[in-house]
Design a protein around this ligand. Sequence first.
Ligand SMILES: NC(=O)C1=CN([C@@H]2O[C@H](COP(=O)(O)OP(=O)(O)OC[C@H]3O[C@@H](n4cnc5c(N)ncnc54)[C@H](O)[C@@H]3O)[C@@H](O)[C@H]2O)C=CC1
Ligand SMILES: CC(C)CC(=O)C(=O)O
Ligand SMILES: [Mg+2]
Length: 364
Amino acid sequence: MSKNYHIAVLAGDGIGPEVMREAIKVMNAVGQKHDFTVTYEECFVGGAAIDHCGTPLPEETINACDKAQAILFGSVGGPKWDHLPHSQRPEAGALLPLRKRYGLFCNLRPARIFPGLNALSPLRADISAQGFDAMVVRELTGGIYFGTPKGREGEGDNERAFDTEVYTRAEIERIARVAFKVAMGRKKKVTSIDKSNVLASSVLWREVVMMVAEDFPEVTLEHLYIDNATMQLIKNPAQFDVVLCSNMFGDILSDECAMITGSMGLLASASLASGSFGLYEPAGGSAPDIAGQGIANPIAQILSMALMLRHSFGEIEAAEDVEKAVARALKDQIVTADLARAMPDAHIVNTVQMGDAIVERLGD
Ligand SMILES: NC(=O)C1=CN([C@@H]2O[C@H](COP(=O)(O)OP(=O)(O)OC[C@H]3O[C@@H](n4cnc5c(N)ncnc54)[C@H](O)[C@@H]3O)[C@@H](O)[C@H]2O)C=CC1
Ligand SMILES: CC(C)CC(=O)C(=O)O
Ligand SMILES: [Mg+2]
């Protein structure tokens, strides 16, 4: 008898619904081939939820997520909602509370240059030819995005606004342990990113990471300050394996990693807690500059769905099938507009055609 999984689908804003349709299409196709079905409940979130229900994270959406085995998330936000008070906007009012509610402290962002896409990296050809295959392990429920006090007060020249970067020893230790375990299955190197020359929270970060490293003697540990890390990623991306970051540093560095691979539209992510539940979403945002044109790259959403198959359902072969189909489509030079530069023989397709090309390349 075939297995059934139940998920909540929160497409959100901008390109979210466009790329989500393709991920669902690929998910249904790969399920047929690997003998499982996925039922899903579509819910409003973010700006779309504000427009339909008056709030970025409606009760019905929370209830649907509570009942689901995983959440497939698109992206939220856009200029339409930027006038709202910060806590009522799609990002701080929906996405961050979802991450917190489900304890999704661990954000995995795998970034690699796909075969055939070397020429697309904005780096010099000799640098990108050395390859890039990194895993950003980002702490996701602590740090400056969640720390208190946070706010705005006073008026005139004395008006001020403030955020607080806070990390407990336990929060650092649990994400560091994930990073070292991930490294054990890869090239056994962890680069920990901090700003311990300035920030007290980073001093603790470095101390705890060094303590955890003692339990993983086979793993090489390096520390980089965040400013140097942004530079090293451009200078020599091949030096990185697992990149261990706080919430904000990981947010920033992962966009840079995405671009080294060719486009923001390629970078998937898994947000995990300690069990099998997870939220899976592209690392990029709602891309208002291209939304509604049918040209967004659906690969980050499709690969996020593959991460869901792997981490939440243990459907490893199906996940690999999707990942290989994506790689085959790119190797065949079928690309959306964001990847079309420096590929004179590329077949430039729209979002739906990219999804079709991936479905056609799933294994038998
Ligand atoms: N997880 C989420 O829901 C996130 C939401 N946001 C929100 O998204 C909105 C836009 O943010 P931006 O800073 O512009 O970042 P963004 O990631 O949406 O876009 C940055 C650039 O990458 C391109 N891009 C992103 N995804 C793409 C795709 N799938 N295919 C082709 N090109 C793609 C965009 O066209 C744009 O040029 C904001 O409201 C922001 O707060 C931003 C990041 C994550
Ligand atoms: C709301 C933001 C923290 C989302 C984002 O930029 C990200 O998770 O990469
Ligand atoms: Mg980001």
